[in-house]
Design a protein around this ligand. Structure first.
Ligand SMILES: C[S@@+](CC[C@H](N)C(=O)[O-])C[C@H]1O[C@@H](n2cnc3c(N)ncnc32)[C@H](O)[C@@H]1O
Length: 285
């Protein structure tokens, strides 16, 4: 994954993206800690996404915003030797983690903006986007690209986070950071920017997709202790971890103080237990 791939020969679809490719700080610097915080949460939603998208042996699957490979690695197992899985992402460090986890299995990874995909029309049976679409500067543009590269009848399956109060695992951290970084509120809240199920279904249809359904799905995420939770984002996991590490020492201490008091609500016998809601969106080309 060292060099961006120019895409297949004859590709005429790669545009020259204008403006930022991912809202706010990138996932680059926090890639190695990602799995300790968000990856463990993401992976609980993957089976439902792949079931809903009907990923079967032989399928050609594109995973957009593949990150450290949560959805792609399971898709690889499901498509078997007759299928193929390609992952694209803006972040090489995230994809390097995915490559290491794939450990020789045939997961192809390319650096690419999900809003400008380098394939001809109708190249895939399924396009997955697990917890990435809300960070696109133009999610509608991304969805239109997903539809374009799908064969007729192919499936888009995307998971996005619900509202901040229904995704408390990140929500408590977002709220604590927001107090120190009020000017970054919009950036911090991008995580929850597609949390309205009706609007998301309408966006899928506007992109030319059919039979759109958006289903709220809840999973329980457990950390063995408050320290395990705090340690994961203090290691710089994801965008929030990076924003935290960028704060002056005094503000970092204040964030931790606010956070520890907010986390008390989720403590059960020394562990932290969060019920988190994702929206599972599925539609056909
Ligand atoms: C929260 S992570 C999700 C990663 C993985 N799919 C998972 O479920 O763990 C979001 C990912 O979206 C990627 N991303 C954000 N904007 C993107 C864009 N415009 N095109 C491609 N990837 C993008 C980030 O680099 C990051 O790896």
């Amino acid at each position: 994954v060292d060099r961006p791939d120019p895409g297949p020969p004859g590709d005429v679809t790669r545009g020259d993206p204008v403006g930022p490719l991912c809202g706010g700080p990138s996932f680059d610097a926090g890639a190695t800690a990602y799995d300790r915080f968000m990856g463990r949460c993401s992976r609980l939603f993957v089976p439902a996404l792949l079931d809903a998208a009907g990923i079967r042996p032989g399928a050609r699957v594109l995973d957009v915003a593949v990150g450290t490979g949560e959805a792609a690695l399971e898709a690889l197992r499901r498509v078997g030797s007759s299928g193929c899985v390609i992952g694209v992402d803006l972040s090489l460090p995230m994809m390097r983690v995915a490559a290491a986890r794939a450990a020789g299995r045939r997961l192809r990874l390319l650096a690419m903006d999900g809003q400008w995909l380098g394939w001809r029309d109708a190249s895939f049976d399924a396009v997955l986007c697990q917890l990435g679409l809300m960070f696109f500067p133009d999610p509608g543009r991304g969805l239109a690209e997903f539809r374009r590269v799908l064969r007729p009848g192919g499936v888009v399956g995307a998971t996005v986070w619900s509202t901040i109060d229904r995704m408390p695992l990140a929500g408590v951290l977002c709220t604590a950071l927001e107090r120190r970084l009020p000017a970054q509120r919009d950036t911090l809240r991008l995580t929850y920017s597609l949390a309205d199920a009706d609007r998301l279904a309408a966006a899928l249809e506007r992109a030319g997709l059919r039979e759109a359904s958006v289903t709220p799905t809840t999973r329980r995420v457990v950390f063995e202790s408050v320290d395990e939770y705090v340690g994961a984002f203090e290691a710089g996991a994801g965008r929030y971890g990076q924003l935290y590490l960028g704060l002056p020492e005094e503000d970092r201490r204040a964030v931790l103080r606010d956070l520890r008091s907010a986390l008390a609500r989720f403590e059960r016998a020394g562990r932290l237990v969060f019920d988190v809601e994702g929206l599972l969106a599925v539609a056909r080309a």
